[in-house]
Design a protein around this ligand. Sequence first.
Ligand code: ZN
Ligand code: ZN
Length: 117
Amino acid sequence: MPTRYVLKIPCPISGCSGQSKLSQWVCARDNGTMYVDEDGYLSCYSNNHRAKIIYWRFDCGERGSGSKHNYERYQSADLEGFSHAMAIGLPHLKEAGAVWVTKLIQSVENQFVNGDY
Ligand SMILES: [Zn+2]
Ligand SMILES: [Zn+2]
């Protein structure tokens, strides 16, 4: 079983003003806190909604000229955006450890480069 930790990252959408501030994320379906595991899946508290990162869409709540969510609220992350978000968020995840972090980074890269398998 993968180990999951609370997802605490800035907005993973490239170019969004929310990229500069750390956020906690909730599931749009049931408002549950979002978690991330080393296999590259996001899941909400209930675990009823769990999917690879490439399938999730994100809304950091920022609005206005710097926001990427003004026309379409929920946006898919790309590798650059999600890597940037992880670079800021992962140092705050001290309990995860280097092995977990390395595996997550590999899983995420694999998803964006190779798609879903
Ligand atoms: Zn959910
Ligand atoms: Zn955003």
